[in-house]
Design a protein around this ligand. Structure first.
Ligand SMILES: Cc1cc2nc3c(=O)[nH]c(=O)nc-3n(C[C@H](O)[C@H](O)[C@H](O)COP(=O)(O)OP(=O)(O)OC[C@H]3O[C@@H](n4cnc5c(N)ncnc54)[C@H](O)[C@@H]3O)c2cc1C
Length: 411
């Protein structure tokens, strides 16, 4: 490494990008760090947007960093500034016509939500995605004057919208194409348990239905018409139909892109000096022994840290077990460790269900190793740690032992 101060550029100031900036400052006190976001906010807690929409937390609590924090760490934060091109040969990132040279660059651009493809949606004033702070503010305002709201999609985001609508006292309809919520991750029984939780909250769930068209009046959607013939009056329409990963900034760089930006377990891409992290990265997980994308908060932070160490000339491998936990309406919780059938085909499963207690446990095995865990209902912390350690250690369990692992968390 040469003696001059190194220059780092980070595209995206979500949890991956901002964690990377913080870690870079620790690893390299003399370096310069330029952190870019096309949003007008410093880091905010994206996973706190649902509680903000439910009016359980304020905007001030959701914002995690302020200008003073960036100044103290000498992180040059560029708000509302989109990086539109990277010259990988010259190692310069461009925002408009202005160039920012780098020695190493992180792309942590996340994804943008897919818009509603339904006829009548385009340009309507009361149709929303749910990804950004500004979406949350706009939906919240609309709910103040809404009697009926409709959430569309089988993803976590559609669920979060349905839950928020119901918690705001609005008549809520949830329209899903599939036979259950998260159909590739949950089996039938787990799906029924989520359904129970939704109905207990007063949500009208419509499975096997797609939006055929939206009726409008004066630029707003007034009715959702489904392929099965339902006609639902609507004052607020929320769309949770997945993300398109923001990779365009890498066009022309030669960086490989598949479901996301392909990188190794050091988070470096095939182009030296360019790293990827968080939702945007299709990374190599040495525990699962495969590449995949994982859109979770903890994973974004873990990527930010590992990428920073390697950008600063270190040699650290990603070695985390992805973990996701979310409330499922007011009375339930869903937790996932490692991978599930959504990520890898051919996993073998054992499960234990207690409908009365609202407990569901599924353990997924791959080549006799514990690969992932899915839990509905709370479990004890020690048991959850044991699952994570078992996944990480890659220890083999004979099939005759699998059932006994179900007892590691109570219930
Ligand atoms: C409503 C909601 C609820 C969620 N709930 C949970 C949960 O309960 N648990 C959990 O683990 N995860 C949850 N997630 C997922 C989690 O928030 C994400 O996995 C995580 O925030 C991803 O962080 P990131 O840094 O990779 O990307 P992001 O947070 O998406 O940040 C990327 C940033 O880069 C900006 N950007 C993109 N392109 C450019 C460019 N060219 N130039 C400049 N800036 C650019 C984007 O606008 C954005 O600000 C939730 C997500 C949402 C939306």
């Amino acid at each position: 490494m040469d003696e001059r101060a190194r220059k780092y550029v980070i595209v995206g100031n979500g949890f991956a990008g901002t964690t990377c900036a913080e870690q870079l400052r620790k690893a390299d006190p003399a370096c310069s760090i330029a952190l870019f976001t096309d949003e007008p906010y410093p880091l905010y807690n994206r996973i706190a947007l649902p509680p903000m929409l439910r009016k359980q937390v304020t905007e001030a609590k959701v914002i995690m960093r302020d200008a003073a924090w960036h100044e103290k760490l000498a992180i040059d934060l560029h708000l509302s500034t989109r990086i539109d091109r990277i010259d990988a040969a010259e190692r310069v990132a461009y925002a408009g016509g202005r160039g920012f040279p780098y020695d190493a660059l992180l792309v942590a651009t996340g994804g943008r939500p897919n818009p509603s493809p339904s006829p009548g949606a385009e340009g309507a004033h009361n149709v929303y995605n749910f990804q950004y702070m500004d979406d949350t503010k706009a939906i919240s305002e609309q709910l103040e004057q809404s009697k009926v709201a409709v959430a569309v999609g089988g993803s976590f985001i559609a669920y979060e919208l349905a839950e928020a609508f119901a918690s705001r006292g609005v008549e809520t309809h949830w329209v899903l194409r599939g036979p259950r919520f998260l159909r590739r991750m949950l089996d039938e029984i787990a799906g029924e348990m989520v359904d129970d939780a939704a109905r207990d909250e007063g949500v009208h769930v419509h499975y096997g239905e797609e939006v055929e068209r939206l009726e409008r009046s004066n630029g707003v959607v007034t009715k959702v018409v489904t392929t099965g013939g339902l006609e639902i009056p609507c004052d607020c329409l929320g769309i949770g139909l997945g993300l398109t990963i923001n990779t365009e900034v890498l066009d022309g760089t030669g960086v490989e892109v598949r479901t996301g930006i392909v990188c190794d377990d050091r988070l470096e891409t095939n182009v030296k000096g360019i790293f990827a992290g968080g939702d945007a990265a299709e990374f190599y997980d040495p525990t699962a022994e495969m590449h995949y994308r994982m859109g979770t908060w903890n994973n974004a932070g873990a990527h930010g840290k590992v990428a920073a160490i390697n950008m600063a000339g270190g040699d650290q491998r990603y070695h985390d077990v992805p973990e996701y936990s979310s409330q499922l309406f007011s009375a339930q919780t869903i937790t996932q460790f490692g991978i599930s059938p959504e990520y890898r085909e051919g996993l073998e499963m054992v499960r234990k269900i207690d409908r009365e207690k609202g407990h569901y446990r599924a353990l997924f095995f791959w080549q006799n190793r514990l690969a992932g865990v899915l839990m509905i209902g709370k479990g004890n912390r020690a048991g959850k740690r044991k699952y994570v350690e078992a996944i990480k250690s890659k220890v083999a369990f004979a099939p005759s032992e699998w059932e006994s692992l179900l007892g590691w968390t109570a219930g």
